[in-house]
Design a protein around this ligand. Structure first.
Ligand code: SF4
Ligand code: SF4
Length: 221
């Protein structure tokens, strides 16, 4: 994480549903702070939305646009580099209808440090803050069509917690299986219903992944 990002997050204030702020995005005349900075982890729901929007295979999306890594708990992650973001074309987001949650909420954000909360990055370099009409947090979430993304993020946070307790980093083969379960959308887990929505597909993947992880828990160390 770049130090500027770190400072911005450190000075961010936690907000609740009653929070309101004046905001008007004007991407023609700003620094595009929302599209530059440290890489962000995409959850499988966000990856699936982008893959569907761009009509790419998982491999193409990963190879062309994303960074793949395992975090210290052994969780496979796909990261979106934002230095600059590969989807930023001519100062516009080329995947706007499928943009991730962090992009939808900016200059607000979701963080989980023990507990999930919403923060307002008051010190970020966004020229839209303080301009335009006043919006409540609820109105902003609705305007950005972020409701389903938040629901899926909350489910993902609980899954990440399960992975953190599973000592997955000691099981390299299981890490590889987990990556296939989470991010290879050409592979359908058994629990997935036919014609499932993208949300249902994502939730089915998490259930299948949790089954894999609970199997890991019963294995001898
Ligand atoms: S959200 Fe802020 S930084 Fe991003 S394009 Fe709009 S005004 Fe610029
Ligand atoms: S996905 Fe779109 S909105 Fe998000 S950082 Fe990239 S260009 Fe900006």
């Amino acid at each position: 994480m770049q130090s500027t990002d770190k400072n911005i997050l450190e000075s961010a204030v936690t907000v609740d549903e009653d929070f309101s702020f004046c905001f008007c995005c004007n991407s023609e005349e700003c620094s595009l702070a929302c599209c530059h900075g440290h890489a962000i982890a995409l959850n499988p729901y966000e990856v699936l939305r982008i893959k569907e929007y761009l009509k790419l295979s998982c491999e193409e999306l990963e190879e062309e646009y994303l960074l793949s890594l395992y975090d210290e708990s052994g969780l496979p992650l796909l990261m979106l580099d934002r230095d600059p973001c590969p989807f930023l074309k001519h100062r516009r987001c080329s995947i706007y209808p499928a943009r991730p949650l962090a992009c939808r909420l900016f200059p607000l954000g979701k963080v989980c440090n023990g507990e999930a909360k919403t923060v307002f990055m008051k010190d970020c370099d966004c020229s839209g803050i303080g301009k335009g009409r006043r919006l409540t947090l609820r109105e902003y979430i609705a305007e950005q069509c972020a409701g389903e993304y938040i629901e899926m993020w909350e489910r993902w946070v609980s899954f990440v917690d399960t992975v953190a307790r599973a000592k997955l980093s000691r099981k390299p083969m299981k890490q590889v299986f987990l990556k296939i379960l989470l991010y290879n959308f050409d592979f359908q887990p058994k629990v997935a219903k036919p014609h499932a929505t993208l949300e249902e597909q994502f939730l089915a993947r998490l259930i299948a992944a949790e089954e894999l992880i609970s199997g890991i828990g019963s294995e001898a160390e």
